[in-house]
Design a protein around this ligand. Structure first.
Ligand SMILES: C[S@@+](CC[C@H](N)C(=O)[O-])C[C@H]1O[C@@H](n2cnc3c(N)ncnc32)[C@H](O)[C@@H]1O
Length: 206
């Protein structure tokens, strides 16, 4: 892991404890040194798809981090929004933006006593070193019938972590499944990740 938090150190995480340590260090500089510097597009892409599909609150923003998705939802007139994240420090930045009704410290791969939600959205969290397909079933438990999901999954992670198998397993619990592949970063990004793709999973709870 390099000294300064960056994309490579984030993708190399192995445990929730490592994630908490990395994001505690990254929270204050994440928006400028990562979001702006790398032309990070995923938050606006999930908001675009969620609002185009008629998504409405209450919404859970999963792995909300510093609140980039929440800011986009609020600007689009969607709310109320709750933020769920492992990292207290990332949530503290999110809270300071005044976007969220509630900020919830928790692990999406564990059973959650929150909700129910009419919308569930996520950017940048279902990716290498972070959350795999085991993050989806706990979210189905906190979703109302008809709840709209828009979840960005790093396309390489989608293949290697077994998201197709999970989607087969939950087939009877979801409806109206579709996906859209989008770029994660703009041309500002370092060449090593400039053309990385996220698969946006779009579905409703049956
Ligand atoms: C790359 S950041 C994305 C933050 C924000 N959604 C965005 O797009 O800017 C990934 C976030 O996922 C959180 N995270 C990682 N594993 C998690 C887990 N198991 N449960 C909840 N949050 C998690 C991290 O703490 C971090 O804030």
């Amino acid at each position: 892991m390099s000294d300064e938090p960056d994309l490579e150190s984030a993708y190399a995480l192995n445990t929730p404890e490592e994630a908490k340590r990395l994001y505690a260090e990254w929270a204050e500089t994440y928006d400028s040194d990562f979001g702006e510097a790398q032309g990070y597009l995923s938050p606006r892409e999930v908001v675009r798809v969620f609002t185009a599909a008629g998504g409405e609150g209450p919404v859970l923003d999963v792995g909300a981090g510093t609140g980039l998705v929440g800011e986009g939802l609020l600007a689009a007139g969607v709310g109320p929004i709750d933020a769920l994240d492992l990292s207290d420090e990332m949530l503290s930045v999110a809270k300071s933006k005044g976007v969220y009704r509630d900020t919830i410290a928790g692990d999406v791969t564990k059973s959650l006593s929150i909700g129910p939600y009419r919308g569930i959205i996520s950017a940048g969290t279902f990716t290498m070193g972070h959350v795999g397909p085991d993050g989806i079933p706990p979210l189905l438990e906190v979703a109302e019938t008809g709840c709209l999901f828009v979840i960005s999954v790093n396309a390489k992670h989608f293949e290697s972590a077994g998201f197709s198998a999970l989607l087969d397993e939950v087939e009877s619990d979801i409806t109206d499944f579709a996906y859209e592949d989008v770029r994660i970063y703009s041309d500002k990004a370092d060449l090593s990740h400039r053309y990385d793709i996220a698969r946006l999973l779009i579905f409703s709870k049956a």
